[in-house]
Each structure stands twice: as structure tokens, then as C-alpha cells.
Ligand binder design. Sequence first.
Ligand SMILES: [Zn+2]
Length: 268
Amino acid sequence: MAEVGAIGYENLMFIDTHAHLDDERFAADLPDVLERAKIAGIDHVIVIATTAPSSHSCIALAEKHTMLRATVGLQPNNLAEAATGAWDDVVRLADHLTVVALGETGLDRHWHYTPFAQQEDYFARHLELARRKNLAVVIHCREAEADTVRMLRSDFDRHGPVRAVMHSFTGDLVTARACLDMGLYISFAGMLTYKNAQNLRDVAAQMQLDRVLVETDSPYLAPVPVRGQRNEPAHVVHTAACLAKLLGVSSDALAAQTTANARKLFQF
Ligand SMILES: [Zn+2]
């Protein structure tokens, strides 16, 4: 059995459920990045779109590299400056074979790039389209937990559970429980490993093993001990080791369960 935190054991197979590999910071060395991910035991990476052009890019990457799957969608902070026709692009691209989810969508009260009513409108559109196309939904929520839960609950009350994940979760236990009650998954990123994130670790320690995911959110939020560097999928093992410790399981068990969870959510 591999030790907790061991890196490079071939029996550990992780899925990095959230990475922006279309980011220009990967333009020069993506094949090397993917090779390092394989060596670290990452067998698939979900590449996450934020705009219509990045939706195209994520699909192109997934067509080129078999270990990648794509999402298509419009990130809330990018809505105000989205080109006319951006949403029509997303709707059309949602049918592509490499696409496993819509997003990232959601609500953000930290930045003020997009009027909140417009964010709500597009969040609702993503949820509706996901049901219509039988796709998962990747949800971004920053300082808007109450609004996000309110919208999810109103959708849930009308239509029942939606396959969805709260990505890079930083909310409190009440928010996490509300999301779990509606059948969502909770995904943890590098923040979980940060010294000042004890509150988040306390929340994570309360989660059920069958509802958690791990992600990098590359190139952002690199976990300890690589904090401050460009993040990349191989680094998901550090967040996973931290989460395994919090949940009192081996890295093997966490890898197996989070991978099963991701496959159930994204259905590939
Ligand atoms: Zn993201």
C-alpha cells in the first residue's frame, strides 16, 4: 500500500477535475505537463472552459490528447464582455463527443465585472441546458454562497437533482451540507493545504468520501509544497494527500473513491 502523500505510485489513479489547460501559460509545454501528470498517477484531466473561444480550445485539446475531457461554458466574470452569439456557441458545442460538462458557470460577488442579474440569468441557462443535454455542471461560487444555494434549490425543487460539482469549494459547513443534500459533489483545490485555511480543512473533514472530488484549478492555486509556482495537474496529489488525511483514509482509498466519484459525475 502506498503511503499517504506518496507521489508516483502507479496504483494511484486520480482525475484532476478542474484545470485551465487552454491557458497561455501551458502553450509552450503542454505535452511535458501531461507527461508529468501521468507519472504522478493522474489518468484524466477535465479541461474547463471560461468563454466561448476557450470552449473551442478545450474541445480541441481533448480531441488531441486522450487523457483530457472538455467542458464548454461561460464563467460569470466573463459574461459582460462576451461576444454576441457566445451562448449560441456554447449550446452548439455542448453536443461535442469530448464534452462531459457545462461550465464553469455560477455566481461571483468578489469581482464586479458582470451585473449580478446577468450572472443569475446565465447560471440558470447552464442548469437548464445541462438537463436538456444530460451533462454535468461545474459551479464557480465566490462570496455568493447563499445566492448559489438559493438558485440551486429553486432548480432542485422544480426538477430534482442535477449532476453538479461545487468547484474549488471554500464555503462553510452549512453551504456544503445544503449542496450535498441536493446531490452535488464538493471539490477541493490547493487552498485546502494553505496554512491559513483551517476552517476549510474543518469543513472538508466532515465530508462523505463518496461525494468529494479533487482538482488543481491549474494554473492557479498551487498547493503546498509548490505554492506560488504555476499549478499543473500533477500537483493534485498534494491536495489529495491532505484530503485523505482529513478523512482518515489512505491515499489509495482516496484516489479510488474520488476517481469513481468523478466518473459518476462526468459519466465517461
Ligand atoms: Zn476554474
